[in-house]
Design a protein around this ligand. Structure first.
Ligand SMILES: Cc1cc2nc3c(=O)[nH]c(=O)nc-3n(C[C@H](O)[C@H](O)[C@H](O)COP(=O)(O)OP(=O)(O)OC[C@H]3O[C@@H](n4cnc5c(N)ncnc54)[C@H](O)[C@@H]3O)c2cc1C
Length: 551
């Protein structure tokens, strides 16, 4: 008998979930509020420029390959999460595992080197490329006495965290306290519960190196001063499998996921905002039975998976009478990650951009710890800033008209709990950032060369992407919101209601939301007694149809 599923939201996690559900034999409809897929990975096309609005740094390409290898009735959920060919020292980055044969049928993914150029406020920089010799040389040049030896220890301890935390436990769904308690001794032994910045400070005396080896969590919304050191694994994930870029932009990857989903029989519905998850009581059980859309129509389904923001899923879409573990008080009290201002801009190339800048650039401001406290703790808009400047046209010129570059720069700012008025603050802040890039010589004469400028603020996250308080990355990844303490991928209150994406386990970032889809798919498979391989030749898929009226 064929089963139906609805996924709310077409972020990368939602699309991965759609693919997983089709492979499990569900007839899946993905309903998206916006007019196109991707969520944070939405694409803005304007004046001949193509801007990825969100994720640009692609890591763990074999997670992508796994999704493109799925077939209807062939979920592969019982295969090893890390097949032998992606492990083993010599096979990593160098084998160019960017693609994989299934991926390359849909999208071309290429490795990027260096991974990042990290500029400090005094103009010095560190090119991080995962190469041990390059890293050692730069650690020695920038560091203080003892830092090179510290790097060797950091490397070995971060590897141990990566092996236990990512390779062995990465796919564990912490649905009960027992599962969590079983890993606590290991985390303590690995010193993975102290803060990441504190962890880096143990090995490096140099402030610069402490920043180089702790900033990466900002790309998934984590404050290095408060994320647990388990996040040191991010450094190792990058080192192990490299950093990659989808030619045509991340939007090309999103488009490819949609194509694959539709090939497997899935249905996409855009401009379809969900207003309610319909729940019915059957005896003592509360069961999700479908959704109500903004136009009042309803859709029935056997399961509902929300890829929408965690807090708003519960606060706005599920009536309070059905929630105990996710009551308003509990949900509202969860700290949310920071937000962002992102400036998309196009400019005439002068040919010299590639000298000072690389594809991915981190430009750190004069303060590190105090700036983080302003953003995450005091929630004020500081005078100084740090930014991530992305120039994809250094890799793929097709993203801009001939002779031009497309770029974006992203600046962490407090979420909307700060009550900053972005209508007033936005434009002057954006102009200040662009002037900085010009005056500091990163992009000389930018004002004269600029041909397009647009930007988003925390208000975009709150009102367009429906993210609670305008968070950019879901609940803040602190220890008290990690593993068991992070929202569960399966509702504790309502049967047949699941979560996927940045707000669920394991957390934000494109590889994590793909992992999240696999974890949720395993929970669904278990709940529905699907023993991995559903029969190969299932009957043609039947979509969930909109039904007039309400339940
Ligand atoms: C600017 C930026 C840069 C980033 N850079 C990187 C990076 O380089 N590398 C990396 O790994 N990660 C990066 N991240 C993080 C990463 O993009 C996200 O963690 C990830 O893409 C989130 O995916 P998701 O599946 O949780 O869904 P989201 O992308 O959050 O999508 C959720 C979808 O749900 C829809 N929705 C919400 N409410 C409703 C409703 N009621 N009805 C219907 N639809 C609804 C929204 O419109 C949206 O499309 C970045 C994030 C941002 C914001």
């Amino acid at each position: 008998m064929s089963r139906t599923a609805i996924v709310i939201g077409s972020g990368i996690g939602g699309l991965a979930m759609g693919l997983r559900l089709q492979s499990l034999g569900f007839d899946t409809t993905l309903v998206e509020k916006l007019d196109a897929p991707g969520g944070r990975a939405y694409v803005r096309k304007v004046d001949g420029f193509t801007f990825d609005m969100g994720p640009t740094v692609i890591t763990v390409p074999h997670f992508i390959e796994e999704l493109f290898s799925l077939e209807r009735g062939q979920s592969n959920l019982s295969l090893p999460d890390y097949p032998a060919e992606v492990l083993g020292d010599d096979k990593r980055i160098k084998t160019g595992i960017s693609g994989g044969k299934n991926t390359s049928r849909y999208v071309k993914i290429v490795p990027i080197l260096p991974f990042y150029r990290i500029y400090f406020d005094d103009g010095a920089f560190f090119d991080y490329d995962g190469d041990p010799e390059n890293t050692r040389r730069q650690v020695q040049e920038l560091g203080e006495p003892g830092d090179l030896e510290g790097y060797e220890r950091f490397h070995s301890d971060a590897r141990a965290i990566f092996e236990r935390g990512f390779l062995e436990l990465g796919y564990t769904h912490f649905g009960d306290l027992g599962t969590m308690l079983r890993v606590v001794p290991d985390l303590l032994k690995l010193d993975a519960v102290r803060t990441l910045f504190g962890f880096a400070a143990k090995y490096f005396k140099s402030d610069k190196l402490r920043q180089v080896f702790s900033f990466e969590t900002l790309l998934v919304g984590g404050n290095p001063l408060s994320v647990p050191a388990i996040y040191a694994m991010v450094h190792f994930v990058e080192k192990t499998w490299g950093i990659h870029f989808a030619m045509g932009g991340t939007g090309a990857l999103v488009k490819a996921f949609v194509q694959k989903f539709e090939e497997l029989g899935g249905i996409m519905r855009y401009n379809a905002e969900v207003k309610k998850i319909n729940v019915v009581r059957e005896g003592s059980k509360k069961i999700a039975k479908g959704i109500t859309l903004a136009d009042g129509s309803t859709m029935h389904s056997d399961i509902v998976v929300s890829n929408a923001d965690y807090a708003n899923t519960y606060l706005r879409l599920v009536e309070p009478e059905y929630r105990f573990w996710q009551s308003d008080v509990i949900v509202r009290n969860r700290p949310q990650s920071m937000s962002l201002v992102v400036i998309y801009f196009g400019f005439r190339a002068d040919g010299g951009e590639g000298e000072k800048l690389r594809h991915h650039n981190i430009i750190l401001g004069p303060r590190y710890e105090e700036l983080l406290k302003d953003i995450f703790g005091r929630r004020v808009l500081a005078k100084d800033f740090s930014q991530y400047l992305h120039i994809p046209t250094l890799t793929d010129p097709s993203l801009a008209p001939p002779g031009h570059h497309a770029a974006y720069t992203l600046i962490p700012v407090p979420h909307n709990g700060s009550r900053l008025d972005w209508d007033l603050l936005g434009e002057p802040f954006v102009n200040k950032i662009l002037k900085f890039l010009q005056d500091r010589g990163y992009l000389p004469n930018l004002q004269q060369r600029l041909v397009h400028k647009s930007f988003i603020t925390p208000d975009y996250f709150e009102h367009t992407l429906n993210s609670y308080l305008g968070n950019a990355f879901g609940p803040e990844p602190i220890l008290a919101q990690s593993a068991f303490f992070r929202p569960h991928n399966k509702s504790e209150d309502i049967s047949h209601l699941y979560l996927v994406g940045a707000g669920a386990q394991p957390g934000a970032g494109t590889p994590s939301v793909m992992m999240s889809a696999k974890m949720t798919a395993r929970l669904v498979a278990r709940d529905f007694g699907i023993v991995d391989e559903v029969k190969r030749n299932v009957e043609p898929p039947r979509p969930a149809e909109p039904v007039a009226g309400t339940d």
